[in-house]
Design a protein around this ligand. Structure first.
Ligand SMILES: [Zn+2]
Length: 88
């Protein structure tokens, strides 16, 4: 996946577009294909380090617009959910 990665606290020049491995969702998570992601003031002050230490490298941004869900992972998640329901 493509991501804008923060490698060091500071100005916007520290944000670098990189190719990262696709994330592996945990059992209680869903993987979404992000069509767009906003950058809010929280991200700005995190980038500057004003929120305290930020584990680096970091991929900031939490206000996303998903496109259709990935076909692979939600299918697995659905199967897990079905198994969970039938075992109770
Ligand atoms: Zn926000």
């Amino acid at each position: 996946m493509k991501a804008v990665v923060l490698r060091a606290l500071g100005g916007p020049a520290n944000l670098v577009l990189e190719e990262l491995p696709d994330p592996k969702p945990a059992r209680n998570e869903v993987l979404l294909r992000v069509r767009a992601c906003g950058v809010c003031y929280h991200d700005v002050i995190a980038r500057r380090g004003d929120l305290g230490p930020v584990p680096l490298p970091a991929v900031l941004g939490h206000e996303v617009v998903p496109s259709r869900p990935s076909r692979r992972v939600p299918h697995r998640a659905r199967r897990r959910e079905t198994r969970h329901r039938t075992s109770n």
